[in-house]
Every structure is written in C-alpha cells, then in structure tokens.
Design a protein. Structure first.
Lengths: 174, 266
C-alpha cells in the first residue's frame, strides 16, 4: 500500500487480488446480499485509491482496509434507508440433500444457526464475523473497531451467548 | 478464578492461546464447576458449527474487470466519480422517476447548450460546465438503460453510449460487464461495436479476450475477432492462433480467425 500511496497506482491491483475475497466474505456476511457485497468491495478499493494519502505505515493494512469497509457498508445502509440485514438467498449449508438422519439433523441445525445469526444485532454479528470467519485476534478486531482488546473479549463473549440464546429460541419456535 | 472470569477467556482457552498461569487457573476452576464445563462444551460446539456456515465465492474475474476499468479510468486522469457505480445504477433501476428526470434534464441542458451555441463562439466557462453536466447526465441515463429488463432498452443504452464524448470509467466498465453477461446476442453484438473506440485500452482488450470463450454465438465470436484485429493489440496473434485451431468452434469462426492471422502477417 505504501507504493500505491507514493504514486504507483497499478500496485493496487496486487492488493485487490490478495484481499478482495476476504473482503467480499465479510461484506456478504454483513449484508446477506451478493450484489451489494460485490459493489461494496469495488467501493472499498476506490476509496483506498482516493484516500491513499491517509494510509500510515505504522498500522496493519488489513486494519485500514476493514475500517474503510465498515464505513462503506454504513454509507450503503444509510442510502438504502434502513440498517437491516436482508438475506438474499441464504448462505450455503453443509448439506441440503436428503440422507441419513444425522445429515438431516445437521442441515436443520445449520439452517437454525443461520437464522439465529440473522437475528443478532449488527455489532454482535460483526464481532462474530471478524473473529470466526476472518480469523482475527481480539487485538486486531479492537484496532478496527477502535476499542481495547479487553472490551472486545467481553463483547465477543456476550455476542456468543446471545447467539446461543437465539439458536435456542429458533429451535423452540419451530 | 470465578465463573464470570471464564467467559471472556473461553475462546482463547479453546484456541490454546492463553498464557500458562491463566490456563492453570481455568483448568482448576473447570474441575470444580460443572456449569462452566457445560458452557464451555456448548461454546465449543457452536464454534464448530459456525464453521459450516459458508459464504458464496465472489465472481473474481468480473469483479477484477470492473476494478481494472475503474483503476484505468483513474490513472487516465478521468477523475470522474468512479465510486458508487453499481449502487447508482441500482438506484436508477429501482426508481424509474429518476430516469424520467434524467431525460428531462438532458432536454433542458440540451436546449440551454443550444442557446449558448447559437451565440458567437466564445470560450465561456458556463458552456464548458453545461457540456460537462450534459455528458454526466447522458452517462447516467445510459448506465440506467444498460440495467433494464428489456433487451431493446439495453440496446438503446449501448447505442447511446457511443454519443458520449470522453465517457467515464463507469460507462466503460458497464459496457464490459454487458459484453460478458448480457443474455441477448444483439445487445452483446452492439456492445462489441460500442467498445471499439476503447480498443487502445489494454484492460478492455483483456476483457474481450476473456469474454471470447464464454460466448456461444458465432456471430459474437466473429465480432470479437474483428475487434481484436482492429485494436491491433499485442495479444491478437496468440488469441487468433488458438481460435483457428479450436475444433470445438464453429467453422466460420475458425476461418475468420485464420484469415485474421494472415491479416496480421502470421
């Protein structure tokens, strides 16, 4: 990114190649909309280009990138008029095919877990997405969210607890 | 170690990333507290199941093409608003009244520009500004047309793109996208024509080369061959040689590629 900031704009292509997949994964899980996630990835890289002068060597590139991604997503929701998660066609599950009972149960549990995730508050879901699916440490998440790692741990524990409760509620409601 | 202390450390414990002293303290607590053991097991199970919730893979090639077009536009010095291309297009698609407003704006701007143009030729900043606005509005209308359900509307969009002087990277990107994805052969053929004036851009040529194997219509394949010949890019010979020898392709396509090879002197 230093090279991009210093004027070699074509190097942004290397960063796109390296980071567009995790970025898409994050934005898809936060929007539930494939098209919106693709548009937002594009938006994030254009913002990087425009605001490249704000990049500092002392921070991790991913931290900077995910901060931009969070802003882009927030702007997107603002324009849409509602900060809601609208699942498009659902995330993919381990199996939807009929089969032995345990496979059926597993597919059912996955569907419940998906619904439970959808019911979580956005900030809770974001924590789970960053840690579970982006593989970030509490420190990295803290740097992105602008809070200390101790607070991340506490909030994350709360998010997991709420997910477990939501999972139970979904199961009871069926 | 109390029960409340365990929660925030649970995942670090499961991940094995805790320092030794905390690990020892948690183990000691777990050996005496069945409730925490149950919670730990439940969390571990949930953590594992979350891993099965996968997201789709992105369409990397298409995304990269859009990105390259936007980047190229930026580098070319066309610092038009390259951001929000798709979101703007979506907004237009969702709100037909915006299209009507856009059309009305084009009309008003056109009349205003005509009045200015009828006056003695002076280089007025107003004229420059009006021209810019007219171009931007036309471009937005065109982008909107390209996203319509009706093939004839999309065709109009492709054709109107040719009337825009110095189009922004958004439009070039949208045309490339149309070439790769539009289900209608006529729209794709018109798009090849519309892209001809951008044949000098490496990123456009690369997209045309990548789009070739995706095309099932011999008509479009031949049009793309003509595009590459006209653009005279360095990749033309390699692509044509491959096409000429591809027995899966229509005979007319292979023959056109072979003739093209002769044209480029190979």
């Amino acid at each position: 990114m230093q090279a991009v900031r210093d004027g070699d704009l074509t190097r942004l292509g290397v960063l796109f190649e390296r980071h567009h997949r995790p970025l898409f994964d994050f934005l898809y899980r936060m929007t539930g909309d494939r098209g919106a996630a693709e548009d937002l990835v594009q938006d994030v890289f254009v913002r990087m280009l425009r605001y490249r002068s704000t990049y500092r060597d002392d921070g991790r590139f991913e931290t900077w990138m995910f901060r931009i991604a969070r802003n882009a997503r927030a702007d997107h929701f603002r324009k849409q008029g509602a900060a809601v998660y609208v699942p498009e066609d659902g995330m993919d599950w381990a199996s939807e095919a009929p089969g032995p009972a345990h496979l059926f149960e597993r597919a059912r549990d996955m569907a419940r877990l998906k619904r439970a995730l959808e019911t979580l508050r956005e900030d809770r879901r974001e924590l789970i997405v960053l840690v579970r699916y982006q593989g970030m440490t509490h420190e990295q998440v803290g740097a992105i969210l602008g809070i200390d790692s101790g607070t991340v741990k506490v909030r994350f524990h709360r998010a997991i607890k709420e997910l477990r409760d939501a999972f139970a509620r979904v199961a009871e409601g069926e | 170690m109390q029960c409340d202390d365990l929660g925030p450390r649970m995942l670090d414990y499961l991940a094995g990333t805790l320092p030794d002293d905390e690990l020892t303290a948690i183990r000691a607590h777990l050996s005496q507290c069945e409730a925490c053991r149950r919670e730990l097991d439940a969390t571990a199970e949930l953590w594992g199941e979350l891993g099965a919730v996968t997201a789709p893979r992105p369409e990397s090639a298409r995304m990269r093409a859009r990105f390259d077009a936007a980047l190229q536009g930026y580098i070319d010095g066309q610092q038009a608003p390259v951001a929000r291309a798709a979101t703007r297009a979506t907004a237009w698609r969702l709100q037909p009244w915006m299209q009507l407003s856009g059309a009305a704006a084009v009309l008003v701007l056109g009349v205003a520009l005509g009045r200015f143009a009828a006056q003695p030729p002076v280089t007025s900043p107003e004229i420059v500004e009006l021209r810019q606005e007219l171009r931007d509005t036309r471009q937005m209308v065109t982008l909107s047309l390209l996203t319509q359900q009706s093939a004839s509307e999309r065709l109009k969009g492709v054709n109107s793109s040719s009337q825009i002087e110095q189009p922004g990277s958004e439009l070039v990107s949208a045309l490339v996208d149309t070439l790769r994805r539009d289900p209608n052969v006529n729209v794709r053929l018109a798009t090849v024509d519309a892209l001809r004036r951008f044949g000098g851009r490496e990123v456009v040529r690369r997209n045309v080369v990548e789009a070739l194997p995706q095309q099932e219509s011999p008509l479009v394949q031949i049009a793309l061959i003509d595009f590459l010949l006209e653009a005279q890019g360095p990749e033309a010979a390699t692509v044509l040689r491959r096409l000429a020898g591809d027995m899966m392709l229509d005979k007319a396509v292979r023959e056109r590629a072979a003739r093209g090879l002769q044209q480029v002197g190979l």
